[in-house]
Design a protein around this ligand. Structure first.
Ligand SMILES: [Zn+2]
Length: 204
């Protein structure tokens, strides 16, 4: 028992020795016994830079919505804002007689936005690159992916449109297809990152 620290298998030996009750407390060479390392699944998780809580191993903090791979202050857009955005998009389409909205859309795709998202300070972020989605990814997301999900929704009582309500990162199915997140970027920190590289340095 007194040679535990010499055993090749290290601290785990404490559990294997036939120690008497409280005997480990009397070992002079271990005045402060070291607890065995926790299994990987129980290791402390990433601390959220915004709220300071253990944010888990998801893409975003489950408490405050901070996106963990983006600068502080960039949070997942709330479900209310997302659905509000859909409504706003419809209003804009009508008010601009479709064609205005279309031209506007093709311009702001490069910023990871649509007209509604631009007005609401929301942005689409490409997860693997940790930066604003570029023009072609936006085109795929808005046209191809939403069309496919639209067909799916037509035969499933529109349930796929509400996917973000139970998704941990508030992704819609078209977000899954395009590997994107929708974030709120109120201070425009992610501006222009689609053309000049990674995010992480707030614009001056
Ligand atoms: Zn947080």
């Amino acid at each position: 028992m007194t040679k535990n620290h010499d055993e090749p298998w290290g601290t785990g030996a404490e559990h294997q020795a036939p120690a008497g009750p409280r005997q480990w407390e009397q070992r002079p060479e271990h005045p402060h016994p070291v607890a065995p390392a926790a299994p990987a699944a129980l290791q402390p998780l990433v601390e959220c830079p915004t709220c300071g809580k253990a944010a888990g191993d998801e893409l975003s903090c489950q408490f405050c919505g901070q996106v963990l791979f983006l600068p502080r202050g960039i949070t997942l857009s709330t479900a209310g804002l997302r659905f509000g955005g859909y409504l706003l998009e419809g209003v804009l389409i009508i008010c601009t007689l479709v064609i205005g909205w279309l031209v506007w859309t093709l311009i702001v795709f490069q910023y990871g936005q649509t007209p509604g998202k631009q007005l609401l300070h929301m942005r689409v972020v490409h997860i693997p690159q940790a930066r604003t989605a570029g023009w072609w990814r936006m085109a795929f997301r808005e046209i191809v992916a939403k069309t496919i999900v639209g067909f799916l929704a037509a035969v499933t009582f529109a349930i796929p449109y509400f996917w973000l309500l139970w998704d941990r990162n508030r992704q819609e199915l078209w977000d899954k297809m395009a590997t994107t997140l929708v974030v709120s970027d109120r201070e425009d920190r992610l501006r222009l990152t689609s053309s000049d590289g990674r995010v992480g340095t707030p614009q001056p």
